[in-house]
Write a protein that binds this ligand. Structure first.
Ligand code: IDP
Ligand code: MG
Length: 159
């Protein structure tokens, strides 16, 4: 794997799906130069919700969070690129949309902490990206291909 091959897990949450934001959100990552390597449109069941959000099990908002994330379809994705996990988190914004800068996804499309449109792996949680990818995708669902513009996205790639 080169340093351009870092992978991160991203998911448009049920509110983002219902509000018609899948295309807008996918576009932002595409335009940034990240490569989509996997995607699936699914409804999360309670078991998967508990696994995915296990770190928050003892929090007062946990039951509402499980209700929310299982309430409708989500669009789960894996994006690949240099420093992908940290770069995607910076595009997502803060956990609370009200604290998120304009230009970020949560800062442009949300107002409420409990309806924050998108999930992305936490770059400060070592290995969270790989763990979450494994939870949502089989190895053979991650596709191996080159973007045709790869040579123009990174300095030093062959033209
Ligand atoms: P993150 O999504 O920015 O990584 P986390 O702290 O990992 O934020 O929390 C996971 C999710 O739990 C948030 O995206 C949000 O949907 C929900 N959440 C976090 N804190 C609160 C809260 O205080 N009230 C309600 N929901 C919360
Ligand atoms: Mg988190």
């Amino acid at each position: 794997m080169s340093h351009h091959d870092e992978r991160t897990f991203v998911m448009v949450k049920p509110d983002g799906v219902q509000r018609g934001l899948i295309g807008e959100i996918v576009s932002r990552f595409e335009e940034r130069g990240l490569k989509l390597v996997a995607g699936k449109f699914i409804q999360i069941d309670r078991e998967l919700a508990h696994e995915h959000y296990g770190e928050h099990e003892d929090k007062p908002f946990f039951d509402d969070l499980v209700e929310f994330i299982t309430a409708g379809p989500v669009f789960a994705m894996v994006w690949e690129g240099a420093d992908a996990t940290r770069q995607v988190r910076s595009m997502v914004g803060e956990t609370d949309p009200a604290e998120s800068a304009p230009g970020t996804i949560r800062g442009d499309f949300g107002l409420d902490l409990g309806r924050n449109v998108i999930h992305a792996s936490d770059h400060e949680d070592e290995g969270a990206n790989e763990r979450e990818i494994d939870l949502f995708f089989e190895e053979d669902e991650l596709l191996d291909y080159e973007r045709i513009d790869a040579a123009w996205l990174y300095e030093g790639e062959d033209h």
